[in-house]
Design a protein around this ligand. Structure first.
Ligand code: ADP
Ligand code: MG
Length: 766
């Protein structure tokens, strides 16, 4: 079957037949199998090259085959020397006939290399155009010593650059060079694939190694069901690998790429569909009621009404909580759109149904903030329990009080450095852990360490993960053992909206709820970038003074210096001193992670009450802090922050009736940080910022940071390939629905296990 789809017959390659022509024969090899074959087995790759390739992450034959060309040169579009546009940009493919080097220059030595080239192969494009004869020209390189070695006689290369004339003859100076053939190997195809170099292995060498690998590896087996391929109009995988590396036409290359992009996305989507099946479809969930007295009391205690979007999302969550399958939902929404209150309602639903709730933040500081916010909201709603002193036998104090009629919610905080509770003074870690295990602590706030081994809950009903960055799929799979052996309902909140393709990749096993409406009365925050100069700083101080004179308040944020809390404290403290001396008549307070919890609370309470005008702080206040009267956000050394963090911080102002301002004080900018600052000044749209962030950092960085466990994408592009992703998801969902254990698709199962690695391993255990 596969054989028939492979075309045969093309100009022969330099050494043996080209990989395009090698007719696949024999039983074939799967990509998973090739993942286990070392590149050293490839003809022309020895131990030295193996070491070099390993440094670029290429260890197996499969890795090498997935080192795709980053571009192609189409020889048929290349102009001959006689047709070069004078004073224009052009690409010329030519063969080096002679080269010589000399040193010139009166003002210091300049290394000069002159290369004479002629139109390559007389049967090629030059003569096709009837321009007659072989044409020669000179190309000059300055200070590019390595070119002498690279451009020996007989080498064929593409030269791209500006064409000038000298005595009526065309010439080029310092053009870009792309080797096509050299004594390392030749290539005669019409479309020249350009593979990027790895270590000392030149593109030409890589290309010939890829050719050798393909010849040995083919036919490459296809794990994707035929029906999927037919629906998508895809070529089979064997041909796709041959055509992406050595296409006969640009159309071939495009179609091959389309097929292989699909493969990358399909693997991920199948893994996600399997995940969803294991964690949702196959599980018995806990039926819990969002509509209960506790939640009603809580919502009644809020000083505002929910927005339409919050109500809709609440209904979606309510249905999941009640249903027989566990909830597995992503809550998305712009900074400040009011996700927290929705998540807290879900936690209270667990409590109202006799279960426990847990909420996890990515860092300790954020967990602490979340705890304070939750405690505060409960107390506003009149749901705070009386505080007891811990004592022997005192554990049941909370329950006793509750029995006397008032409904309260017992909340605890547990991080690796701190334990606290709203029903006990200074309880200590051991006590909090005990209370979790016995169900006394009804809601627990913590970091991801909450789900670590050894930490037990009595009846975990709802788990909320705030600002998820590192909560991988395999971690989610362990939640079940934290409850009463039923899968708890899971709600994941993302800090900012992200492009759809990215959320389909990172959270594709989750159902999406979107809060797409801001609470009323907000106006967008105006952002300005200010140079860190004396004038710039005095403008900043002026802006602070002006707002304070109108009765408003300001934040001044200092960045994280390295990874040391101590240094942070030093920097924020010196900032505090400076501002205090410049604005001696204002009330200024200081906040950082090393303050005791009581001090932090006191600082926040003073700021909230309006007693303090300016709060100088580290990023402890990044999330969860809500002071509607604060209208100025100054971020010092803003160039050190990432876009999503800047966006979060900016979201701390403009939360009330008064419009907010954000002043980014930046210094010694890199091109990337300049781009970030410009983006911040341009838009307050989190989705647009997320796109920008992707473009600046690249999808690799984003994947890595989030530890999606979904491997890295080599061809697929998160910003571009949305429709391919949707197609892959549709195909994966229907495949998994009909074959949830991939019993009829063993090749695909193997490939997912091997290529996506450890993070999906649990799917295939048992
Ligand atoms: P997010 O977590 O989505 O960034 P928060 O949940 O922290 O946003 O909410 C931002 C602020 O808006 C909070 O101070 C919250 O009290 C307030 N808020 C939430 N919902 C509403 C609403 N419906 N009307 C007015 N204010 C709201
Ligand atoms: Mg939040």
């Amino acid at each position: 079957m596969a054989n028939q789809t492979v075309e045969a017959g093309s100009p022969a390659g330099g050494r043996g037949s080209s990989p395009q022509d090698s007719r696949p024969s024999g039983p074939g090899r799967s990509l998973a199998y090739l993942q286990g074959v070392s590149v050293e087995r490839v003809h022309s790759i020895g131990p030295r090259q193996t070491g070099m390739l390993a440094k670029s992450g290429v260890r197996s034959v499969a890795d090498l085959l997935q080192h795709f060309p980053h571009r192609y040169l189409d020889r048929s579009l290349v102009v001959p020397i006689s047709g070069l546009p004078i004073d224009g940009e052009a690409t010329l493919i030519a063969e080096v006939v002679r080269s010589y080097r000399r040193t010139t220059g009166r003002r210091g030595p300049r290394e000069m290399l002159k290369v004479t080239v002629q139109d390559s192969h007389p049967g090629g494009p030059g003569s096709d155009r009837g321009l007659g004869g072989i044409q020669r020209m000179e190309i000059t390189f300055f200070n590019q010593r390595f070119r002498a070695r690279q451009l020996g006689p007989g080498t064929v290369a593409a030269f791209s650059g500006k064409v000038t004339t000298f005595r009526g003859r065309p010439q080029m100076t310092n053009p870009d060079v792309e080797l096509i053939s050299s004594d390392e190997g030749s290539f005669e195809g019409k479309i020249v694939p350009v593979h990027s170099a790895m270590g000392e292995m030149t593109p030409v060498r890589i290309r010939s190694a890829v050719g050798n690998a393909l010849r040995r590896a083919r036919p490459i087996l296809d794990p994707v069901p035929r029906s999927v391929l037919e629906t998508g109009g895809f070529m089979d995988r064997d041909r796709a690998f041959a055509n992406i590396h050595f296409p006969r036409s640009m159309d071939d290359a495009r179609e091959a790429r389309r097929r292989l992009v699909f493969d990358e996305l399909f693997r991920i989507q199948v893994a996600l569909a399997l995940t969803r099946h294991r964690l949702v479809e196959e599980q018995e969930g806990i039926s819990q009621q969002l509509e209960c007295q506790l939640v009603t009391d809580f919502l009644d205690g809020l000083p505002y009404d929910l927005t339409g979007a919050q109500k809709r999302v609440m209904r979606e969550i309510g249905e999941d909580l009640e249903g027989g399958r566990p909830m597995h939902r992503l809550l998305q929404g712009e900074v400040g759109s009011g996700k927290t209150v929705v998540a807290l309602a879900a936690l209270l639903a667990a409590v109202g149904s006799g279960n426990q709730g847990a909420i996890m933040a990515p860092t300790e500081v954020l967990a602490e903030q979340l705890y304070l916010v939750l405690r505060e909201m409960l107390s506003q709603a009149g749901l705070s329990p009386p505080v007891a002193r811990p004592q022997v036998g005192g554990r049941h104090m909370g329950s006793l009080f509750q029995a006397s009629g008032s409904v309260t919610v017992r909340v605890a905080l547990l991080t690796s450095s701190r334990a606290a509770a709203n029903y006990l003074d200074d309880p200590g870690r051991a006590r909090v852990q005990e209370d979790m295990a016995e169900g006394e602590a009804q809601i627990v706030v913590g970091t991801h360490s909450l789900i670590q081994e050894g930490i037990r809950f009595r009846r975990l009903g709802v788990v909320v993960v705030d600002e998820q960055h590192r909560f991988g799929v395999s971690q989610r799979s362990t939640l079940k053992h934290k409850g009463a052996d039923r899968q708890p309902d899971l709600l994941i909140m993302t800090a900012t909206p992200i492009p759809r393709t990215l959320s389909m990749t990172l959270y594709g096993d989750l159902v999406l709820s979107n809060i797409d409406e801001m609470p009323p009365g907000r106006s967008p925050v105006k952002t300005r970038v200010i140079q860190k100069t004396p004038e710039g700083l005095s403008a900043v101080y002026g802006a602070i003074r002006k707002e304070v004179s109108k009765g408003r308040q300001a934040f001044v944020i200092c960045p994280l210096i390295e990874d040391s809390e101590k240094l942070d404290v030093q920097s924020v403290t010196s900032q505090y001193r400076e501002i205090t001396s410049v604005l001696p008549d204002l009330t200024i307070d200081l906040m950082h992670g090393q303050l005791s919890s009581a001090d932090k609370e006191a600082v926040m309470a003073r700021f909230r009450s309006g007693e303090t005008d300016v709060l100088v702080s580290t990023t402890v206040i990044e999330v969860g802090i809500d002071i509607p009267n604060a209208t100025v956000m100054v971020i010092t050394d803003a160039q050190r922050f990432g876009l999503s963090q800047l966006h979060q911080l900016r979201g701390r102002v403009g939360r009330g009736r008064h419009p907010g301002r954000c002043l980014l004080v930046a210094d010694s900018a890199t091109p990337d940080s300049t781009r970030r600052m410009k983006a911040m000044a341009r838009t307050t749209d989190g989705l647009e910022l997320a796109r920008e962030d992707l473009q600046i950092r690249g999808q690799g960085a984003v994947f890595g940071a989030r530890q999606s466990g979904m491997g890295d994408l080599k061809l697929a592009d998160i910003l571009r390939d949305l429709s391919a992703m949707k197609r892959a998801k549709r195909a994966a969902d229907s495949l998994v629905e009909s074959d949830p254990y991939l019993l009829e698709h063993p090749l695909l199962a193997k490939e997912i296990a091997v290529i996506l690695g450890d993070d999906v391993q649990w799917l295939f255990d048992s």
